[in-house]
Design a protein. Structure first.
Lengths: 482, 478
């Protein structure tokens, strides 16, 4: 067993006063200087971070990776262009240097003239007021280690033929302050925790690697409440099934995708294409389709940042705007795009509180939050019963979408559907398709909507998101296999 | 609980930082100041054994959209990772972007506290090669061209690419960037590694669409030591040719085909399965290889794979790894036989060999490949001679690029199922494939290589010719 000394690590929150209204004079000076130089809008994003990563292998903690950091991103808009500079240097001189560089990118220089159109920041909207103890309330290293080791121990108890057992825990704390020359001034603290279990099962030539990750936001007790036994059971059952599974036979098939992480299909096939970033680039086939039918009438899709505890929820986005519940598609008809400040400026689609970034080194962009297909009227059994020969995708891996709308995602755990019944397990499937073609083929939605935490990498870095859906049926899709 | 009480984020903070930006925007680290400050802080805290990796960079990049600047970016980054060995010999680590004295003190304290959770079964030590001589790399340092020059260059490149074909309507993904950077490795035994670098990169990814047809896209990338050295014309040519070649497409029938991998695609595939050669993965039980695999016939007898981070074609090569071990050329497969694993100090000690220069820096040190050289084993037949996809008797699938490797590769199982862009070559004619996946098992791929076509090509990830592999499963939409 692991030694568990009584120790905790110094944290960013414990080591400084943090951001607050004492920053107002300096920020106002920066914003005024930017406006006086001729910028249409200046935005300052300040960030402090505190990360803890833990890795357990078999029955021992094998890696502890604390990290803390700070930085600023300064963005200057003029007409429809913008210059963005990030720096780790939060001194007054460092921030002024970054502002000068951003102004210089747009051909602007600081001026001694007074700033027109900037009336100061006003009162700070402090969304973090009740969150300043979040980091202290998270499990300390010793306690977190014990929870994680409980997970790998449960894997050992429940699994067979396990060659490797791993548990991992990540705690990401972030304090942000956003100030902009349009008066935006907000502060927030975010807390994301996730825990994952992975196994590699091996028996002779048969091998199966299975993993699951669970995550929440804004819940310091999340790890304490984690049901390690249930998670280990889920992972081990999947590994045991997939260890001896045959490879899937390739072809064009109807598929039923399970709820929760099955939502990656909408995320990749359609969600990204409804970000104004894609409208700006001319890479979405839906750019001029608001008010038109782009999906089967069974499909209503939502992106929101409000669901309590969900991985993609936030009190304000990274541009200081409060999130909304944005109906993207209603009964198959495109309603809205996901938009940020630059997206609104360049495409005319109103902001939706979706300006998001990994951290201060990225300019915010229109990004998804909690994105899901709404529940429908059917039961999952009805969907499966409607298929004569097809594929049931119980667990999904990652995916991606390209600049022409071609998407793909991997199936981690699949089963054949024969005569309306689930039969033998199959592995090695990759689903590919075109967004425009697949959305009208989502013909049935079940009544069991659930969400799942994930990470999305795109133009503004890797961010915490939620995908989700009920069980859905896709009438036909290309299933890549052997 | 030891930690400093200074406020590193206060606007009034007065800590001087070790990282600095010169007026020209280039990055700089002062190794001696860093060593001195850390040594003093460690001594005061009673820490006798430590090492660190530090990096500092200054980046400038531009993107354009149909003749207009879209986004202009600059970044100054600094980071440091500190490892501390406690009195029981256990290791802890902490990383931070705060290089001020108070930041260093906090990081050192954090690493010491984390060391209480160090793994006694797998404790890294200083690399015995951390003071060995380094290879001399020919890496000229270029002054930054400046953002306006970058913008002009990229606007012109976009204009030229758009003019190549009426169907090319946009270049939705494009970027021209330059970076100056510096990295340091220091340890309390006196090792001191330092490397400065300037690099530049250009990528152009075009989207083309003809009436009544699906949009198609393709791109190209170039790297150099300075923006002025970038092969801009070559990048435009390659992006245009590849994009145009996909305009006329057709679905492919599902079945088994002989496939010809482009150098980029084959390097991507081997890179995704580099756990085969990774001693860390072997020790962790998640590699397809095991301790007894060395000497096994893993591939056809004419295949060689070397890792060679020192190759002159590897723009931005590192002279040393995260533990200060010199980078070297290492035979992984020769004559189809697995010859060596990639090692850190700890894995090398476990195997009774010397570190190979492939380590990161951590409490549990990661291991990874640098830059692969793939080709025929010297003195071997090199496989089937005279291969030419345009003169083949059978239909050939020519795989240009693979997608979604993060999702479609099961590294610990050996299997893959990946979307790709490519062409079906039949009767000397190549026609783009509408949408398809290629699936297989890496162990079978390595034993199903027929031979190589053409000269090896230098890519950002390595050196490789076209590689012929028989009997792979292709799923299409026909």
């Amino acid at each position: 067993m692991i030694a568990t000394p009584s120790s905790s690590l110094p944290t960013a929150a414990a080591c400084g006063d943090g951001f607050g209204s004492h920053w107002t004079p300096q920020l106002e000076a920066l914003l005024a200087a930017g406006r006086a130089a001729g910028a249409d809008l200046v935005e300052v994003f300040l960030e402090r971070t505190d990360h803890l990563g833990l890795l357990a292998e078999q029955d021992r903690i094998t890696s502890v990776t604390p990290a803390f950091g700070m930085g600023a991103g300064i963005r200057v808009f003029r007409n429809q262009r913008d210059g963005f500079v990030s720096t780790n240097d939060l001194s007054a001189a460092g921030l002024q240097r970054a502002l000068d560089q951003a102004l210089g990118m747009l051909g602007l220089q600081r001026s001694t003239l007074p700033a027109a159109g900037f009336d100061g920041l006003g009162a700070l909207r402090d969304f973090a007021a009740s969150k300043d103890d979040w980091l202290k309330r998270c499990p300390e290293l010793q306690e977190a280690s014990l929870h994680l080791l409980r997970g790998t121990d449960q894997l050992n108890r429940k699994g067979k033929h396990l060659q490797a057992r791993r548990g991992s825990y990540a705690r990401d704390w972030q304090e942000v302050l956003v100030a902009a020359s349009d008066g935006t001034y907000g502060r927030d603290v975010r807390l994301h925790q996730s825990v994952g279990l992975n196994v590699l099962a091996a028996d002779g030539e048969h091998r199966a690697g299975v993993g699951r990750r669970y995550g929440t936001s804004g819940r310091p007790d999340d790890l304490r409440l984690w049901d390690a036994e249930a998670s280990a059971r889920e992972v081990c059952e999947s590994a045991g099934t997939m260890l001896y599974a045959d490879y899937v036979e390739a072809g064009q098939l109807p598929v039923v995708l399970a709820n929760r992480f099955g939502g990656v299909i909408f995320h990749e096939a359609c969600g990204h294409l409804l970000e104004t970033t894609q409208v700006e680039r001319g890479t979405t086939p839906f750019a001029d389709r608001v008010g038109q039918t782009i999906a089967h009438e069974a499909v209503t899709a939502i992106d929101e940042g409000l669901t309590g505890g969900a991985f993609g929820s936030l009190c304000m986005d990274d541009e200081g705007m409060e999130p909304q519940r944005t109906v993207l598609i209603e009964n198959g008809v495109l309603q809205r795009f996901i938009s940020d400040r630059a997206g609104e400026l360049r495409t005319g689609h109103a902001r939706t509180g979706s300006g998001r970034r990994q951290g201060h080194t990225f300019a915010a962009a229109s990004r998804m939050r909690n994105t899901y297909i709404a529940a429908g009227p059917h039961t999952p059994e009805q969907l499966i019963a409607s298929v004569d020969k097809g594929l049931y995708c119980k667990s999904m891996g990652g995916g991606s979408v390209g600049p022409t709308g071609q998407f793909n995602f991997a199936v981690e755990e699949g089963y054949l559907i024969e005569d309306g019944q689930l039969t033998k397990p199959v592995k090695g499937a990759t689903l590919i398709g075109e967004a425009k073609e697949v959305m009208p083929r989502i013909s049935m939605c079940a009544n069991d909507l659930e969400l799942a935490a994930g990470f999305c990498g795109s133009v503004s870095g890797s961010i915490f998101v939620t995908v989700g859906q009920p069980h859905i049926k896709v009438d036909s899709i290309t299933v890549g296999g052997r | 609980m030891p930690f400093t009480s200074s406020n590193p984020t206060s606007p009034m903070a007065t800590d001087s930082s070790i990282a600095s930006s010169t007026p020209s925007g280039s990055a700089g680290l002062d190794a001696e100041t860093l060593r001195s400050q850390l040594g003093d802080i460690a001594a005061n805290a009673g820490i006798r054994r430590w090492d660190l990796g530090a990096a500092c960079s200054s980046d400038t990049s531009v993107q354009v959209d149909r003749g207009e600047a879209k986004q202009l970016k600059g970044a100054q980054r600094s980071s440091i990772t500190i490892r501390v060995w406690n009195d029981d010999g256990l290791v802890g680590i902490t990383s931070t972007s705060d290089l001020s004295p108070s930041g260093l003190a906090r990081a050192l304290a954090g690493a010491r506290d984390a060391s209480a959770f160090g793994n006694p079964d797998d404790t890294p030590a200083f690399s015995p090669l951390a003071t060995a001589p380094l290879a001399s790399l020919d890496q000229p340092i270029h002054e930054p061209a400046g953002i306006l020059q970058l913008l002009d260059t990229l606007k012109d490149a976009e204009r030229q690419l758009l003019a190549r074909h009426s169907a090319i309507g946009t270049v939705p993904y494009n970027g021209l960037a330059e970076r100056t950077s510096e990295r340091i490795y220091l340890n309390s035994d006196g090792a001191c590694r330092q490397q400065r670098l300037s690099t530049a990169s250009l990528y152009l990814y075009a989207r083309a669409e003809e009436a009544g047809r699906k949009p198609r896209s393709a791109g190209a990338v170039r790297l150099a030591y300075g923006a002025g050295d970038l092969d801009v014309a070559g990048c435009i040519d390659e992006a245009a040719e590849r994009t145009i070649s996909h305009l006329d497409y057709a679905p492919i029938e599902t079945g088994r085909y002989t496939c010809v991998f482009s150098p980029e695609a084959f390097l991507d595939l081997i890179g995704a399965f580099s756990g085969l050669f990774n001693a860390r993965a072997v020790l962790d039980g998640v590699s397809l290889s095991n301790r007894e695999s060395l000497g096994e016939q893993l591939a056809v007898p004419f295949l060689s794979i070397h890792d060679n981070g020192l190759h002159p074609g590897n723009v931005g090569a590192s002279a040393f790894d995260g533990e200060g071990t010199p980078t070297q050329r290492l035979a992984l497969i020769e004559g189809g036989v697995l010859r060596n694993f990639l090692h850190s100090e700890a894995t090398a000690r476990a195997f009774g060999v010397a570190p190979t220069g492939h380590a990161g820096l951590g409490a549990k040190v990661s291991v990874g490949a640098d830059w692969l050289e793939i080709g025929a084993t010297t003195g071997s037949s090199g496989g089937q001679a005279g291969l030419n996809r345009f003169q083949a008797d059978q239909a050939i699938v020519w795989i240009d690029s693979l997608s979604a490797l993060h999702a479609g590769v099961k590294a610990s199982q050996g299997s893959f199922s990946l979307p790709f862009d490519g062409w079906l070559v039949r009767g000397g004619e190549a026609r783009s494939i509408e949408a398809a996946t290629v699936a297989g098992d890496i162990r079978q791929v390595l034993k199903a290589i027929i031979g190589f076509e053409g000269e090896a090509k230098i890519t950002p990830d390595g050196l490789c010719p076209l590689v012929w592999v028989e009997g792979l499963s292709i799923t299409g939409e026909a």
